[in-house]
Design a protein around this ligand. Structure first.
Ligand SMILES: Cc1cc2nc3c(=O)[nH]c(=O)nc-3n(C[C@H](O)[C@H](O)[C@H](O)COP(=O)(O)OP(=O)(O)OC[C@H]3O[C@@H](n4cnc5c(N)ncnc54)[C@H](O)[C@@H]3O)c2cc1C
Ligand code: SF4
Length: 394
């Protein structure tokens, strides 16, 4: 798609008018070459309407894809040396529901070394068919071999929709594979719907969480999306397992310019997504030194500390502790929000928590719309009292 200029209709007067119209300064004119539209053009089409037919907008001819050649929903299995990440099971549960709309298969793809037994587990969480690429060189995630294999697999098996966890691995792998296939990718979906014609509606917050965008890939296959961890529930482990389909690993697939020298475990306290009890601090906490009071409370109840975005911006916390749209999504058994207003961007990352308790001095604070229990009051009175009661064993 783009703009086409009929230079025979461009007069110096019209060129001056169009230059004045373009809000992005993308139009230039000289007598020798005529009207020129530069890289700054945002295709807003204001000039088209005012050009008296001299500039026209041409739609891209959509490549017609035969959707009947692409079938089923594929889940990419993320794992570390065979230990499957829970996001994979969550996606399999969602894939089951999506595939039920079209009556097609749920597939899972696992790439690794000596993972045949672990791959069988994927059947128990909803996969109809599990494919495995197994080779010692695939023991750890390396972007080039994993991209080669994922790409080759898609061209061979042709899944219609592909779900990948929006983890560090998924976020680096999925866009590369989607780009190779020349198809779209919707990152960080929070909800998915399947149309009966196999078009996948990929839903995610946009414009700071104020609207939910419904994104589709109607003219291309496959349809690719990443989904955040803890957005969907992990299904119950049921049924029986089966043998995976072992796929051939060819030498060209393993080419890599990277070598992993060493893997270091990250400190345990960093990943709040895994925590069962979380205390989230907001701007109601007035100074950094006051955090020690909240930390004492958190340690007494075995909770991990988390925060809202302003506290990251103040450098009181590392960004890995931020819950919300631009932070982590959490789904703990218990979340206690202390001095958190409940902005839409915060709530986007925690509304799936099993039990939410809010402490806020403002009875009108939106956090009380999502909290199951609320204390209206000053955190500087409530938290010391709670600490005292817990220490007294009350
Ligand atoms: C694109 C975008 C992405 C964003 N992403 C995120 C995100 O991922 N996570 C996030 O958290 N924010 C995010 N934000 C910011 C968000 O909009 C809010 O500004 C932020 O969450 C507010 O943080 P807060 O609740 O700590 O502070 P405030 O909104 O200032 O709320 C403080 C609360 O503390 C209460 N309070 C004050 N004193 C006391 C006291 N003594 N005792 C008890 N309560 C008290 C007040 O009543 C108030 O409700 C994002 C914003 C944008 C535009
Ligand atoms: S389409 Fe919009 S941005 Fe592009 S040249 Fe015309 S006025 Fe400028």
């Amino acid at each position: 798609m783009g703009l086409v200029i009929d230079q025979s209709r461009i007069t110096p007067q019209l060129a001056e008018k169009l230059k004045g119209i373009c809000p992005f300064g993308a139009i230039s004119f000289n007598h020798a070459d005529g009207l020129h539209i530069g890289m700054g053009c945002k295709l807003c089409r204001l000039c088209v309407r005012q050009s008296e037919g001299a500039v026209t907008y041409v739609e891209e001819q959509s490549a017609s894809v035969d959707k009947s050649l692409w079938k089923g929903v594929l889940v990419f299995c993320e794992h570390f040396r065979g230990k499957i990440h829970d996001v994979t099971f969550e996606l399999l549960g969602e894939a089951r529901q999506l595939a039920a709309v079209t009556g097609q298969e749920v597939m899972a793809l696992m790439i690794g070394s000596s993972v045949r037994d672990e791959a069988r587990e994927l059947y128990r969480y909803g996969a109809d068919r599990v494919y495995v690429y197994d080779d010692p060189a695939l023991k750890d995630f390396l972007i080039e071999p994993y991209t080669n294999i994922f790409h080759s697999f898609i061209e061979t098996v042709r899944p219609s929709s592909i779900l990948v966890g929006a983890t560090n691995t998924g976020r680096s792998l999925a866009p590369r594979v989607a780009a190779r296939l020349g198809t779209g990718l919707t990152a960080d979906c929070t909800s998915l719907e399947m149309n009966p014609d196999t078009d996948l509606v990929q839903i995610r917050p946009a414009f700071g969480g104020n609207i939910m965008a419904r994104i589709m890939t109607p003219n291309h296959r496959p349809q690719f999306c990443t989904v955040r961890y803890k957005i969907f529930s992990k299904p119950r482990r049921t049924g029986s397992d089966a043998e995976p389909v072992m796929m051939p690993v060819l030498p060209w697939m393993l080419k890599s310019r990277e070598t992993i020298l060493e893997i270091e475990d990250k400190p345990q306290d960093i990943d709040i997504s895994e925590a069962e009890i979380i205390v989230q601090c907001g701007r109601g906490v007035k100074s950094k030194s006051d955090l020690s009071m909240i930390e004492e409370f958190a340690s007494l109840i075995g909770a991990r500390m988390a925060c809202t975005r302003p506290l990251v911006e103040n450098n009181w916390f590392d960004s890995k502790h931020q819950i919300g749209l631009s932070g982590r999504t959490v789904k703990p058994k218990l979340l206690i929000c202390i001095g958190v207003s409940g902005a839409v961007q915060t709530v986007a990352g925690m509304k799936g928590s099993e039990l939410i308790i809010a402490i806020n001095s403002d009875s009108e604070a939106p956090i009380f719309d999502v909290a199951h229990y609320g204390y209206v009051g000053d955190l500087y009175e409530i938290i010391p009292r709670l600490i005292k009661r817990i220490k007294e064993g009350a």
